[in-house]
Ligand binder design. Structure first.
Ligand SMILES: *Cc1c(COP(=O)(O)O)cnc(C)c1O
Length: 445
């Protein structure tokens, strides 16, 4: 049983659920600490106003984004992704998991977000824009009422070039911040963990970004970046573990999703609840999205984090209540996974504490599962995503296999959304290799 009293990591090692996590089992956990949104919100320092403020900031930047990234012109400079019905994949997931599935499964295609092809195009880009706006306004070079396409001018690029932005990343956050920062004219330093794919580093260097490489995991890359940045007063460190700015950038996704659901004539109510499965690394992306969804849909939305069996950082932090005081390595788990976007050993304490009464639960999936689901999605829907983005895909079946607690939640009429967090920029050969791994695994089993 979970307890809120402070137990040490050594004591937790005798807990049977923790032992299963250490044995790399695929696990499912319902959060016993969930509260109605009304009761949870007074314990949280962020609010709907903060999300609205972020949404307005992104509105101000639309003319600039449309100008700087022509692929966003059709959407008027909005960085948004499609929400798709995936009936063939839903059927395949039912067969794959041997679970009769009710309700409807949708896929949020953040894999196809413009500019950087992952969920990081929400938070990462938003924080770069927030910083740029703050600097330019303080210098008297910009006002909220201006047409922000002026940010593309030589003068502003020259102004930004005296400033540095730094970040630690497993790959995708570095990619988003590097592309956006370099476009505005900033000097950008990206500190990459050993998980980061070579093509991401190559792409960043081709844009003039300085890439530091570490033969260590994400937490160390972040710590090094933070340390270097602290020495430079002109350097802004984007702190993936603690940044409320990043978090709010992700949270805006909920407002956009609300509009997409309503366009698709899908209602969210007590009779037809919404279940959302969010691949989780350090927690900022999925935590921000879940926070936003809870503000909009209240107790009618149920959010779950999905993590690799080799990197169940957030699950451990929430389950033990230790948050960032526990890491997967503390239990001897190696944090080695094909899901490079989720290869995080220690969760964000800020996100864990903010979401501890709002998140419905968490589950883990093996690397093999992610590969197989990747191949299934490609075969059934011709949608191609990276392994991390498939972590939540089994959620619809996991929930319906564990419906003891869900009987009162109108599961038959539910809408389920797997958040597809990345992949459209993965080079063709690399994607083919992922696909072949998935196909090979399915032929064995
Ligand atoms: C970063 C990332 C996530 C998770 O986001 P966190 O903020 O690290 O929790 C999920 N999927 C992909 C593809 C990512 O790059």
């Amino acid at each position: 049983m979970q307890q809120t009293s402070i137990k040490s990591i050594e004591e937790w090692k005798t807990d049977s659920f923790i032992q299963e996590a250490t044995a790399l089992k695929e696990l499912f956990w319902f959060n016993p600490n969930i509260l109605p949104v009304q009761e949870a919100m007074p314990k949280i320092s962020l609010s709907t106003d903060d999300i609205n403020d972020a949404a307005e900031r992104l509105e101000r930047f639309r003319p600039y984004i449309a100008h700087a990234f022509p692929e966003t012109q059709k959407a008027g400079g909005l960085i948004e992704s499609p929400l798709r019905r995936i009936p063939h994949m839903q059927k395949a997931v039912g067969e794959y998991t041997e679970t009769p599935l009710s309700g409807e499964l949708l896929l949020k295609c953040d894999s196809h977000l413009p500019i950087s092809g992952s969920i990081k195009a929400r938070g990462g880009i938003y924080e770069v824009l927030t910083h740029a706006e703050k600097l330019a306004c303080a210098a008297g070079l910009l006002q909220y009422t201006d047409d922000y396409s002026m940010l593309a001018s030589e003068d502003l690029a020259h102004f930004f070039s005296k400033h540095t932005i730094a970040v630690g990343s497993t790959g995708n956050l570095g990619l988003s911040i590097g592309i956006m920062g370099a476009k505005l004219g900033f000097s950008v330093n990206v500190h990459m963990s050993a998980d980061a794919r070579q093509w991401k580093k190559d792409m960043l260097r081709s844009k003039g970004v300085t890439v530091f490489e570490y033969d260590a995991d994400y937490s160390l890359a972040v710590a090094e970046g933070r340390k270097q940045a602290a020495l430079d007063p002109y350097c802004h460190f984007i702190d993936d573990e603690n940044s409320t700015t990043l978090f709010l950038g992700y949270a805006v996704a909920a407002k956009r999703l609300q509009a997409q659901l309503s366009d698709m004539k899908i209602t969210v109510s007590e009779q037809s609840p919404l279940f959302v499965y969010l691949p989780c690394g350090v927690g900022g992306g999925p935590g921000g999205v879940a926070f936003g969804l809870k503000q909009i849909f209240g107790d009618h939305v149920h959010c779950f984090f999905a993590e690799p069996t080799h990197s169940p950082a957030m699950l451990l932090g929430l389950y033990t209540g230790l948050h960032d005081a526990i890491s997967v390595q503390d239990l001897g788990i190696d944090n080695r996974t094909v899901a490079d976007g989720l290869a995080v050993g220690r969760p964000s304490g800020f996100v864990g504490k903010t979401l501890q009464h709002l998140i419905d639960g968490a589950f883990t999936v093996s690397d093999d599962t992610m590969f197989e689901l990747l191949a299934l999605l490609a075969d059934t829907e011709d949608i191609w995503m990276e392994p991390s983005a498939l972590a939540g895909m089994k959620g619809i079946a996991i929930i319906q296999n564990n419906n003891e607690l869900l009987k009162q939640r109108n599961i038959e009429n539910a809408t389920h959304i797997a958040w597809g967090t990345g992949g459209s920029m993965v080079p063709h050969e690399e994607m083919q290799a992922y696909y072949k791994s998935g196909k090979a695994l399915m032929n064995i089993s």
